[in-house]
Write a protein that binds this ligand. Structure first.
Ligand code: HEC
Ligand code: HEC
Ligand code: HEC
Ligand code: HEC
Ligand code: HEC
Ligand code: HEC
Ligand code: HEC
Length: 404
């Protein structure tokens, strides 16, 4: 997990020799996606926080499949599912199963949500009325607005988020044109089965019966919302086809059929995807930043002002940290996060060990903290910043802060 940034050049050499064709294809596809998105991105921040309580509102590229295909023109590998990976990569599989990535998207009738939430009533605030939750015969969950009309109810089809911070409900509707149409509910579920207003919806108003339940999200905004929370999905009208929920192995590694076939023939299959030897910092930032957001996804004013909710976008902070800029750009997400292991079980000591791998008192050329060289690094240099509804994110802009 630790990277010695003084090994930069030996590592570069390694990449030059080993960089496989597939990685090049993958990176190219990702970069093309980014270029396309950079060309169409909105200039201002007005939408941030308005669509997704995570502030992912002004989202990115329009084709939900664009950066996940990973398939070579000749072979066209297909998706095989994470259970197949488990056969040979048991440890990665078990780690990933406990990660937020493995629970970011839920088809509500297949969960116990209806049972848990039936009978609850939530005040939607002025102009909205009270939502009543009802369980259907087959485990479906409905939101009702009896004050508005006795007949008014909306099925809650999907819930996004692991629930560690929140789960937000999404209902898909047929739209008048070919664009996808979704309804992001005004009420989300917070830890402890607490239903409350979705972050970002505080100041919204309703302009139609549908909007009495929340905000409508159209076209690429809803496509992208589903894209970031699933492995494969195709929205057609009010259905999702080819749904593989959650951010699974093949979302990051690409479709695996070819690798599996080759691995069954040989114990040393050729390189398939991102692996330790061939994997470079920029590609990794593109991969994680595709969903966790890159600076290109923020408006100029947000980048300038770096408001508190910008800490949700870890790559944005990391890219402006001296640790990244002055280490020969050796600092990457996987320096501190095994991509398969949830942060929620990682000890404070392990986090400090990551910092100390580059800020080690016993190594003369390292820069050492004059305040505390052995502990408390995260609280002082990457503090957790409060968002609404009790959610906190750690500021990945690692720096000396004014009030330290
Ligand atoms: C039949 C066994 C088998 C199956 C099934 C399998 N792998 Fe592998 N995989 C291997 C072997 C063997 C290696 C090479 C040795 C190593 O690094 O462990 C490997 C290497 C890898 C690597 C390391 C870097 C690289 O690109 O070569 C990744 C990533 C990977 N597998 C991902 C997956 C994913 C994702 C799946 C499911 C889609 C999967 N594997 C299914 C056997 C398998
Ligand atoms: C396809 C989109 C996507 C990609 C790619 C992605 N993430 Fe995530 N990530 C998510 C979503 C969605 C969540 C929210 C999970 C939840 O609801 O708690 C998340 C949550 C996390 C968390 C917090 C949850 C936990 O259990 O620790 C970490 C850490 C994380 N991602 C790291 C990474 C890293 C590192 C990479 C790149 C190697 C990456 N992610 C790539 C979508 C993505
Ligand atoms: C650009 C990719 C992207 C888009 C688009 C996106 N999300 Fe997310 N979402 C994420 C990531 C990444 C996280 C994890 C945030 C973290 O832990 O840092 C997340 C977290 C969440 C969470 C967990 C609570 C929280 O605040 O962390 C919910 C709920 C959620 N998203 C719902 C939605 C809904 C609903 C939409 C669409 C209307 C949407 N998201 C659009 C990437 C995305
Ligand atoms: C969020 C993106 C992401 C997801 C999801 C993901 N991986 Fe990985 N995986 C990576 C990255 C990035 C690396 C390279 C890590 C590094 O360089 O330290 C990697 C490395 C690997 C490796 C080689 C190194 C090792 O840890 O053994 C294997 C094998 C692997 N992944 C298998 C899987 C399997 C199996 C799953 C699903 C159970 C999975 N991955 C899910 C991003 C991901
Ligand atoms: C990959 C190596 C690496 C890792 C890991 C790393 N840093 Fe750094 N960090 C650096 C380098 C290089 C600098 C620039 C030092 C200099 O200017 O001499 C730096 C600078 C800093 C600074 C000064 C920032 C400024 O704006 O002047 C702080 C504070 C800091 N690091 C804290 C941390 C903490 C806390 C962690 C762990 C969460 C961490 N670093 C992890 C390499 C790293
Ligand atoms: C220098 C170490 C370091 C690096 C590099 C790093 N993180 Fe983190 N990250 C942390 C620490 C420490 C936490 C807080 C963990 C906890 O909750 O105890 C964290 C938490 C997170 C979380 C959970 C939500 C939050 O903000 O608290 C996500 C998601 C995440 N990181 C994603 C990323 C991504 C994506 C990258 C690469 C762009 C990255 N991190 C790079 C140290 C790092
Ligand atoms: C109580 C808060 C606190 C704790 C705990 C703390 N730091 Fe610092 N750190 C500071 C302050 C304040 C400065 C600026 C000191 C100055 O400029 O005189 C600083 C400066 C630094 C610098 C820049 C030093 C330089 O010469 O430019 C680095 C690197 C650093 N800290 C890393 C760390 C690491 C790694 C840890 C954990 C092992 C850590 N800090 C723990 C508050 C803290």
């Amino acid at each position: 997990m630790r990277v010695d940034y003084f090994l930069f050049w030996s590592w570069k050499l390694n990449l030059a020799i080993r960089a496989p064709q597939l990685l090049a294809v993958f990176v190219t596809v990702t970069l093309l996606g980014l270029v396309a998105f950079a060309a169409t991105r909105p200039e201002d921040a007005t939408q941030v926080g308005s669509v997704d309580e995570s502030g992912f509102g002004n989202s990115q590229n329009s084709d939900p499949g664009s950066s996940k295909s990973g398939s070579s023109k000749s072979g066209e590998p297909a998706y095989v599912g994470r259970q197949v990976c488990a056969e040979c990569h048991r440890e990665n599989f078990e780690q990933h199963a406990k990660h937020g990535h493995a629970m970011t998207f839920h088809h509500v009738p297949e969960t116990d949500l209806a049972n848990r939430l039936a009978g609850q009533i939530v005040d939607g605030g002025e102009g909205f009325g009270s939502y009543h939750y009802r369980q259907g015969d087959d485990g479906e969950l409905f939101a009702q607005l009896p004050e508005l009309s006795e007949l008014s109810e909306l099925p809650i089809e999907y819930a996004l988020g692991s629930g560690h911070n929140a789960q937000t409900f999404l209902t898909l509707r047929e739209s008048a044109n070919a664009d996808s149409l979704g309804l992001e509910h005004r009420v989300s579920l917070y830890p402890g089965d607490r239903l409350a207003i979705t972050v970002g919806h505080e100041n919204k108003t309703a302009n139609s019966l549908l909007e009495s339940y929340g905000s409508t999200v159209h076209g690429e905004t809803v496509d992208r919302c589903v894209y970031c929370h699933t492995t494969t999905a195709q929205i057609t009208g009010n259905r999702i086809d080819n749904l593989v929920a959650n951010v699974n192995c093949e979302k990051c590694h690409g479709p695996g059929s070819e690798h599996v076939a080759l691995a069954r023939q040989s114990a040393t299959p050729p390189p398939y995807s991102v692996g330790k030897a061939d994997w470079d910092v920029e590609s990794e930032l593109q991969l994680c930043g595709d969903c966790h957001r890159l600076p290109q996804g923020l408006s100029k004013s947000e980048l300038r002002e770096y408001p508190d909710n910008a800490v949700r976008f870890q790559p944005v902070g990391l890219l402006r940290s001296a640790c990244y800029l002055k280490s020969g750009r050796q600092l990457r997400c996987s320096t501190c996060h095994n991509p398969h292991v949830s942060t929620h079980g990682v000890s404070k000591a392990d986090h400090i060990a990551n910092c100390v791998s580059c800020h080690d008192e016993s190594i003369e050329k390292h820069t050492i903290c004059p305040v505390n060289a052995t502990s408390g690094c995260i609280e002082c240099h990457m503090p957790a910043i409060d968002q609404k509804q009790g959610i906190k994110f750690h500021d990945h802009w690692i720096r000396v802060r004014e009030n330290d």
